[in-house]
Write a protein that binds this ligand. Structure first.
Ligand code: GLU
Length: 279
């Protein structure tokens, strides 16, 4: 299969220089390989995602000289496409309903942040069966059972990013300790967890290489577990180093000073941006 990668921003703020680097790197890798580069808006967080941000991201990427193959995909516009996979996991007996507070669930569904430990669910609702599901309950993955079903099946992925290059095998004990029973969807609001929607779309879009920031490396294991459970192909991952500010701090989306639109308004050129990130 020929090389295909994607840039998959969550349109919850302006495109900052760190994300622009990720997009430019993926774009360059795709063009160098004579492959495809796709753009996908990961807007399943219906409250925080805004069409204005998506439009500004498209404008900034275009200004940077990036071109993508095919239309921009919006996950929010295709929420139905994720339900089959959730139902399949349910049929496999791997889900249970959870009524723990909205704050817990939102934290688990929100896009990851560097330095914020991924909360391992305390298993409060673990003994519940699907027949007890009520409106508003979330669905959690019964990770122990999932890993049991996978015993004997290698859960592996290849990584080409410098920091973790090599073949990785997901370790069941470590997954139970560090990942736990993640929320996969939430009834009534059509919300699907970011990492599930993202992994399913990578497969649906024929992505061969997932090029993204190092901050998302920790999510790879759960994505690979889910893809393997669903008998779906696992792409190659390439996690790149993060662009940091002068003080060595990761650039956050809310750091508007580093937004591409700010640089644009101040008269910087796309080449200036490329020089700044050394691409
Ligand atoms: N939507 C995620 C973000 O903006 C990136 C997902 C990915 O590249 O896998 O943080």
């Amino acid at each position: 299969m020929s090389f295909a990668t994607r840039f998959a921003p969550s349109p919850t703020g302006p495109l900052h220089i760190g994300h622009a680097y990720s997009a430019m790197l993926g774009h360059q890798m795709a063009r160098d390989a004579g492959g495809r580069f796709l753009l996908r808006m990961e807007d399943t967080d219906l409250e925080r995602s805004k069409p204005e941000w998506a439009a500004l991201i498209v404008e900034d990427l275009t200004w940077l000289g990036l071109t993508w193959d095919g239309p921009v995909v919006s996950q929010a516009a295709q929420l139905d496409s994720y339900t089959d996979s959730v139902e399949r996991l349910e049929t496999m007996g791997l889900l249970y309903p959870c009524s723990c507070t909205r704050a817990d669930i939102r934290a688990a569904l929100a896009a990851p942040q560097e330095g914020v430990a991924h909360d391992v669910y305390p298993r409060t609702c673990k003994a519940r069966t699907m027949s007890t599901r009520k409106d508003g309950d979330a669905l959690r993955l019964h990770l122990d059972r999932a890993l049991e079903q996978l015993s004997g099946t290698p859960v592996r992925f290849a990584e080409t990013g410098a920091a973790h290059a090599g073949l990785h095998t997901v370790d069941a004990a470590q997954a139970l300790r560090e990942i736990g029973d993640v929320v996969l969807s939430r009834k009534g609001e059509d919300i699907v967890a970011y990492f599930l929607a993202s992994a399913l779309d990578d497969v649906a879009q024929g992505i061969t290489h997932v090029v993204r920031g190092e901050d998302l490396f920790a999510f790879t294991a759960i994505q690979v577990i889910l893809l393997t459970l669903l008998d779906l192909p696992v792409p190659i991952y390439h996690h790149h180093a993060l662009i940091r500010d002068e003080a060595g701090k990761r650039l956050a989306k809310r750091d508007d000073a580093k937004a591409i639109s700010t640089f644009r308004n101040e008269g910087y050129s796309p080449d200036d941006i490329k020089r700044m990130v050394e691409i």
